[in-house]
Design a protein around this ligand. Structure first.
Ligand code: LMR
Length: 398
């Protein structure tokens, strides 16, 4: 069957991890995939997660199927985290949440649902965006268009161009927005800018789809939900794909959620009925373990505080690595200014290193960076920061 078929290219992010594993250079550094590492270079199981797992080991009575939409306690935990406990969206029953396998699964379920009822729409993605966004929405059969976002010359948000793009999106089209910690750029909107974007969306009638995979990695759990809160307050229909991969470190448990917000409870009930039909034909019902862990932590005040502390530690370590990278490159006499990296948020930096530099770093120093120059700052440690700064200085001073 396959003899006349060309092999598909490796995934631009996960394929890099596969190549990195085979790399034999003992100094190798992986700044590719968006996975948190501590200063020892490990991706630990959080202590709050271990504690929740110990509770589950005692309490769990069955491995029978979950409902199609997942455990209702998980859904309500997700809603409290992404909207805030006292949100009117929750008390008015305007949100329908299904447990999806990771943020990717949530995006795909949302895409399939939208395709059923909005098949002529286009999906607008930021330029640039996470490499997998295109694939997910294209696989669901959507045509794609890009909206302006990043000013590559000045390494910042091009807000006037973003506004111009979003004002031209036709009613009914879908606009995929990064709620915080834009992937790959690390460049976010400020609160005033979000308010303007929400007003444009409401006036133009396009459908916001928020990818919310990094809650807690920007400024904190509450501050990072600003965009979600604003869309909720606008009373429009919108979608949120959220994930516990990064903020709970539950990467391989594939623990995400799709939440569809409607203007009222009645519509939300209809949305949930169609969400269930959509899920049933893709994966039937979700895997339980990661969701049980997240729900256990989120509903236990002591574990919740422990988890918040661990999340803050992760965020602060990444911020420290931003500073160490910028200062380390400057200290080596590189005249290009990298201080913009300190302003970016989340796990990533769009470093401004071009693809020739990215290739040189990999070929000569075994430093793996995603094409386009996206660096995962969590891959930097006190043991490898000098090596990475030396390498970047060497190629930029050539
Ligand atoms: C990333 O952007 O590196 C992560 O979201 C992992 C992935 O699946 O691409």
């Amino acid at each position: 069957m396959w003899k006349n078929i060309e092999a598909a290219p490796a995934d631009s992010i996960l394929g890099l991890t596969e190549a990195f594993k085979k790399e034999t250079n003992p100094n190798k550094v992986n700044l590719g995939v968006g996975v948190y590492k501590d200063d020892a270079g490990n991706t630990p199981v959080l202590k709050s997660v271990k504690a929740a797992e110990a509770i589950l080991l005692e309490r769990e009575q069955t491995k029978s199927y979950l409902p199609i939409s997942g455990d209702p306690i998980y859904a309500s935990s997700v809603q409290k985290l992404i909207f805030g406990e006292d949100s009117e969206v929750i008390s008015n029953g305007r949100a329908a949440t299904v447990h999806a396998p990771g943020g990717t699964g949530a995006l795909r379920v949302g895409a399939e649902l939208l395709k059923k009822f909005n098949s002529q729409a286009k999906v607008w993605i930021s330029k640039p965006t996470w490499a997998n966004h295109k694939g997910i929405f294209a696989a669901a059969g959507f045509g794609l268009a890009e909206y302006n976002y990043y000013d590559a010359a000045n390494m910042c948000l091009d807000f006037p161009a973003l506004v111009a793009s979003l004002e031209a999106v036709p009613a009914g089209d879908i606009v995929l927005l990064h709620a915080c910690c834009h992937n790959p750029s690390g460049v976010d909107l400020n609160e005033e800018q979000w308010k303007q974007v929400v007003a444009i969306g409401k006036a133009k009638g396009w459908i916001p789809f928020l990818d919310f995979a990094y809650q807690g990695f920007g400024a904190g759990v509450e501050a990072d939900r600003f965009a979600v809160e604003q869309f909720a307050a606008a009373g429009v229909d919108f979608f949120v794909a959220s994930s516990f991969s990064k903020n709970f470190g539950l990467y391989n448990e594939r623990t995400g959620a799709l939440t569809v917000v409607s203007p009222n409870r009645e519509e939300s009930v209809v949305a949930m009925s169609h969400l269930k039909v959509t899920v049933r034909v893709i994966y039937s019902n979700p895997p339980a373990h990661g969701g049980l862990v997240a729900a256990t932590i989120l509903s236990d005040p002591a574990l919740y505080q422990q988890w918040l502390g661990e999340l803050n530690d992760m965020r602060e370590r990444i911020v420290a690595m931003r500073t160490a990278l910028v200062d380390g490159i400057a200290a080596r006499g590189v005249d290009r200014d990298f201080s913009f990296i300190k302003e970016q948020r989340g796990m990533f930096s769009f470093s401004g290193l071009n693809d020739d530099v990215v290739k040189w770093l990999r070929d000569n120093k075994a430093i793996y960076v995603v094409g386009g120059g996206r660096i995962n700052l969590a891959g930097l440690t006190s043991a490898n920061i000098d090596y990475v700064c030396d390498a970047i200085a060497e190629i930029l001073k050539k």
